[in-house]
Design a protein around this ligand. Structure first.
Ligand code: HEC
Ligand code: HEC
Length: 256
């Protein structure tokens, strides 16, 4: 029973499912290949669970089920296990049940109402729930700066609203700093300039730019960047300190 309760929690879109069911041609009268869900699950709950999967991953039914995208649902072969993604989904269902039933069950003094893991907890509308910093690092390594910049713009356009990725300024700053530490200064500058485009009044971004210019030995641009940071946030300690070290004037004031 507890298992079933958990699985019901996976379902989020019961209303839409009822609409599909009301059309009569779908779903099938019986399910023939259930290995994780209870074999006697009612149609409405199964379809709601499936809608929940699709929403959580940002996909259509045909991402896991054999059939043509956009074809009528009664033409899909739902029972077939041909697609890798359907098999992965079963592993994920087991994983979610383990997390909720075993691991979270052992959390001391668990606050109520219980906070449980669902597909969307990790996926948030994407099939491969990779964090933005990891995604950027991977794209830089595989395909270089231009590709990473394109990828960032694309992800931002597609996912800004859903919150699937963290587009706050700090993420690209950290990736840029780690690129700079690895000696890939141009990657670092490229990422920070990209970040600046979307965060035009940020102080930490020009401060980080200053550090990278300094590493490059370009003290004129470093000074200019630290000044920009301080003009945006006069209390920004790291930039103020560096500027003091670099100039006689320091303190964010312009030289006479
Ligand atoms: C992320 C993958 C995934 C998506 C997306 C998905 N399903 Fe499924 N579906 C599964 C898995 C896995 C099973 C088998 C569950 C089990 O073994 O208990 C299944 C089983 C089914 C079954 C039962 C088949 C049978 O007879 O055994 C139906 C019907 C079904 N899905 C319909 C849908 C519909 C409709 C959609 C779109 C709204 C959908 N599914 C989206 C993974 C998915
Ligand atoms: C704890 C986080 C987490 C939860 C919860 C989770 N997933 Fe995943 N999912 C992942 C990760 C990480 C991967 C990538 C695994 C890999 O490729 O090694 C993944 C991959 C997948 C893939 C394959 C994507 C691809 O194209 O390679 C499918 C399908 C999937 N998950 C479905 C689900 C479904 C359905 C649920 C809910 C029953 C779910 N996941 C819950 C973390 C999660």
């Amino acid at each position: 029973m507890r298992r079933l309760t958990r699985l019901l929690l996976l379902a989020t879109a019961a209303v839409a499912a009822r609409r599909i069911a009301a059309q009569g041609r779908f779903p099938p009268d019986s399910f023939t290949n259930l290995k994780v869900l209870p074999k006697n699950i009612d149609q409405r709950t199964l379809i709601a669970t499936m809608r929940g999967f699709a929403l959580a991953l940002g996909v259509r039914c045909t991402y896991c089920h054999v059939g043509r995208e956009g074809a009528p649902l009664d033409s899909l072969s739902f029972a077939k296990d041909d697609k890798r993604t359907k098999k992965v989904a079963r592993v994920m269902m087991h994983m979610v049940m383990h997390i909720n039933d075993e691991h979270l069950h052992d959390v001391p003094d668990r606050p109520k109402p219980l906070l449980e893991v669902r597909c969307a907890t990790c996926h948030r509308g994407v099939v491969r729930p990779r964090l933005l910093d990891d995604d950027m690092t991977l794209t830089l390594a595989d395909s270089g700066l231009d590709a990473a910049v394109r990828r960032y713009r694309d992800l931002r356009q597609r996912y800004l609203e859903s919150g699937a990725y963290d587009f706050r300024e700090g993420v690209l700053i950290e990736v840029a700093r780690s690129e700079a530490r690895a000696g890939r200064v141009d990657n670092a500058l490229g990422l920070l300039n990209l970040d600046a485009e979307f965060h035009p009044v940020s102080a930490p971004i020009p401060a980080a730019l200053g550090d990278v210019y300094l590493q490059k030995g370009d003290s004129a641009n470093a000074i200019a960047s630290y000044r920009t940071a301080l003009s945006r946030d006069s209390t920004f300690g790291p930039a103020r300190m560096r500027l003091r070290q670099l100039t006689r004037w320091g303190g964010g004031q312009s030289p006479p």
